[in-house]
Design a protein around this ligand. Structure first.
Ligand SMILES: NC(=O)c1ccc[n+]([C@@H]2O[C@H](COP(=O)([O-])OP(=O)(O)OC[C@H]3O[C@@H](n4cnc5c(N)ncnc54)[C@H](OP(=O)(O)O)[C@@H]3O)[C@@H](O)[C@H]2O)c1
Length: 265
């Protein structure tokens, strides 16, 4: 833990990213929050200051759209100009669709690949280089449990997260000898806005524990990162299902898709 160093959290204004930012502030890091909406960033900063009791100087904000090809390099440039040294990078911003790939507008296909795939690779490449030069750093990449479920409607989402998983684990093995820890997290359902569930389904899923609380997810992934773990699926019970999920065939997957498609807004 280093009080003079910074942690950068993409998608830090909401959901899991917000909860991770709060964990990092509690661990005495200063935090840079990155997401598109300036207004949501300001609101997140207000909440984080009041919930953690840290000073204003501990949170910096940067509005950036990470679907834009030049965004990671611009972010790096701005951070160098500000004189921040990023010790912890959290590639959390992500986009989700529950729709067959051929039914999605082409622009949405480009956006999900740009955000979930390209921006993660570029952020790791650019910030990883600086960490390697310092011989120290931590990177957390958010994959997803959906990589274990080959559900129709998820080809782009789980495909992009499978890239994150394989890229991140292998990248971590390249970086370990350079003093940089890379942890890949694959949460199952977490109670955030990501999936756009209807309010009734969302609240039922939260009450029954089907969706994990973002705070609980953040606590578990942060612990894994600082312990130097390579891969984490938050929640032991989620790990139990994996052998069963790998046995699910096409027909069952198509049936499940038909049954659950109406829950998506
Ligand atoms: N929730 C789950 O069940 C779940 C499960 C497994 C994995 N994950 C992964 O965990 C990560 C976080 O998910 P979440 O559920 O916390 O999502 P969320 O609640 O929808 O929050 C997404 C965050 O990313 C920001 N963001 C979205 N598009 C962006 C862009 N183009 N450029 C920069 N920032 C952007 C959003 O702010 P703005 O809208 O202001 O940009 C927001 O701060 C994602 O990678 C997701 O795939 C989530």
């Amino acid at each position: 833990m280093n009080t003079s160093h910074w942690a950068l959290v993409t998608g830090g204004s909401a959901g899991i990213g917000f909860a991770i930012a709060r964990e990092l502030l509690r661990r005495e890091y200063r935090v840079i929050l990155v997401s598109r909406s300036e207004e949501r960033l300001q609101e997140a900063r207000r909440r984080l200051l009041s919930e953690t009791g840290r000073g204003e100087e501990c949170i910096a904000l940067r509005a950036a759209d990470l679907t834009q090809a030049e965004a990671p390099a611009e972010l790096l440039r701005w951070i160098s100009e500000m004189g921040y040294a990023v010790e912890v990078l959290v590639n959390n911003a992500g986009m989700y669709f529950f729709r067959d790939a051929v039914a999605l507008p082409v622009e949405d296909v480009e956006r999900i690949v740009s955000l979930n795939v390209r921006s993660v690779a570029m952020m790791c490449r650019l910030f990883g280089e600086q960490m390697a030069a310092r011989g120290h750093g931590y990177i957390l990449n958010l994959s997803s449990y959906s990589v274990y479920m080959r559900l129709p409607g998820w080809s782009l989402y789980s495909g992009s997260k499978a890239f994150v998983r394989n890229f991140s684990i292998t990248f971590g093995r390249e970086m370990r000898s350079r003093g940089v820890v890379v942890t890949t997290a694959a949460p199952a359902g977490v109670a955030t806005e990501l999936m756009g569930l209807p309010p009734k389904v969302f609240s039922l899923a939260k009450k029954t524990g089907f969706l994990m609380r973002p705070e609980s997810c953040a606590r578990r992934v942060m612990k894994a990162l600082f312990k130097g773990r390579e891969y984490i699926i938050p929640g032991w019970y989620n790990r139990l299902w994996i052998p069963l999920l790998s046995c699910i065939g096409r027909r069952t997957a198509v049936w499940f898709h038909r049954k659950t498609a109406r829950w998506q807004q």
